[in-house]
Design a protein around this ligand. Structure first.
Ligand SMILES: Cc1cc2nc3c(=O)[nH]c(=O)nc-3n(C[C@H](O)[C@H](O)[C@H](O)COP(=O)(O)OP(=O)(O)OC[C@H]3O[C@@H](n4cnc5c(N)ncnc54)[C@H](O)[C@@H]3O)c2cc1C
Length: 404
């Protein structure tokens, strides 16, 4: 295994680091102020559009997409350190480089499983950053970590599919530019094979019968930059049968394919969040004193910082190994590692952020520093894209199988 950065990665890293320093970090406060003055909290603020144009001009655009025909054509190992850098400013950097979830996963699905017409209509404007998208699987009424529970119906009626169901926590759906949903539902709810009952269809947001009911919160945050997380009702929404992605019964398999890269991207960005937390911890520790000495001189603070450094190095190595395996043996072959990082990274980073918040005192839970919002975001990743326990169960089963 060789995790050394190659020449292309080094070049992109240098460019991205400079872009972060020159444009992204200074824009954090500007974006916040612009949002406070905006007519609607969901409106795209001008600084985001300016940064998008600059990122695109600099070639820092669609870096996530391994398909060179559509995106940058980077391997997972090449993309990992770049996603980590973006994760240091998770609200802005992924968005302005067109590397934000859920659009990334949706573009991957369309690039991999979409037909020519679907690519033309939806993938091309997504790649250009002209529209946004959402992925609608989770339902409030059923335990959605088990996708076989999904109840949304996709019924064929002549040349159309009729979609009926209720979804929630649909990321991106509050964004005014969100034009298209990839909806997971059942075309064959009584089918013998539980994993062939589901299909995926493209549902334009303006389809009659589609209602964005409300914005769901995350510990009170609404995640405006990512287009929030909506509850969405599909009440007999009709789309042409040509909106099916892949084949009927193929929804489960597409969902699995979508989640592999998505999970590693989340982990890469989480490591960037942890690096930001360590930096903030150190800055605070050297600049504030209590009981006659700098916080940095307290043994307990030194332990927090040392433990954080060790933990970040550990998960980064595991994430790089996973990226390397995905590149060399494929996503299926790297299944155990993908699950391992999805379990290890959020909990490690949540722990680091928790101690960083402690070090900042009341400031840590305030809106004046990014720690509270970073914590909220990291904590959700112990649930989203599969709760920890589901990954633990599946990983343990594979491990135990060797002894049965
Ligand atoms: C911020 C955020 C954004 C999201 N974005 C999207 C999105 O864009 N699109 C979308 O479709 N969904 C999205 N989700 C939903 C997310 O994917 C689901 O919450 C997740 O899959 C879990 O489903 P659930 O909430 O129904 O929990 P449930 O399935 O009800 O599970 C609840 C708990 O039960 C336990 N549990 C479940 N199964 C097992 C098991 N096998 N063994 C042991 N314990 C178990 C776990 O502790 C789990 O947390 C998002 C969620 C959040 C918080």
């Amino acid at each position: 295994m060789d995790f050394a950065f190659d020449a292309r990665t080094e070049e992109l890293r240098a460019k991205l680091l400079a872009f972060m320093d020159e444009y992204v970090y200074p824009a954090e406060q500007v974006a916040h102020e612009q949002r406070e003055r905006a007519a609607s909290p969901w409106e795209t603020v001008p600084v985001v559009e300016e940064l998008k144009a600059e990122a695109r001009r600099q070639g820092l655009w669609n870096l996530f997409l391994p398909d060179g025909g559509y995106g940058a054509g980077l391997t997972n190992l090449q993309y990992a350190p770049l996603a980590e850098i973006m994760g240091r400013s998770p609200q802005l950097a992924p968005t302005v480089t067109n590397c934000a979830a859920p659009d990334t996963g949706n573009m991957e699905v369309l690039a991999q499983f979409g037909d020519a017409a679907q690519k033309k209509q939806w993938l091309e404007p997504l790649l250009a950053g002209e529209i946004r998208s959402a992925f609608a699987m989770t339902e409030p009424e059923v335990a959605s970590s088990d996708a076989t529970n999904i109840t949304t119906r996709i019924e064929r009626d002549g040349d159309e599919y009729v979609i009926t169901g209720r979804k929630w926590y649909i990321s991106g759906a509050m964004h005014p530019d969100c034009a298209i949903f990839i909806v997971m539902g059942k075309t064959d709810p009584d089918g013998a094979d539980l994993r062939r009952q589901q299909s995926m269809v493209l549902v334009p947001r303006n389809t009659p019968g589609v209602t964005i009911k409300r914005a769901m919160q995350v510990f009170g945050y609404e995640d405006h930059y990512h287009g929030g997380h909506a509850e969405v009702i599909f009440d007999q929404a009709r789309v042409p049968v040509s909106n099916l992605i892949g084949e009927e019964g193929g929804g489960f398999a597409i969902a699995q394919a979508r989640l592999g890269p998505g999970r590693i991207h989340h982990c890469m960005r989480l490591i960037g969040m942890a690096e930001r937390a360590i930096e903030l911890m150190c800055r605070r520790a050297v600049s504030r004193s209590a009981f006659g000495k700098a916080l940095a001189q307290q043994g307990v603070v030194q332990n927090w910082i040392a433990d954080a450094r060790v933990a970040v190095e550990q998960v980064r190595l595991l994430v790089l190994k996973t990226a390397w395996m995905m590149d060399t043996v494929g996503n299926r072959g790297a299944h155990t590692e993908i699950q391992a990082i999805k379990i290890a990274t959020p909990r490690t980073v949540v722990g680091i952020l928790d101690r960083a918040i402690q070090l900042y005192g009341a400031g840590g839970v305030s809106q004046d520093f990014p720690l509270a919002e970073l914590y909220a975001g990291a904590r959700t990743l112990m649930l989203a894209d599969g709760p920890d326990e589901v990954h633990q169960r599946s990983l343990a089963r594979r491990e135990l199988k060797k002894y049965l």
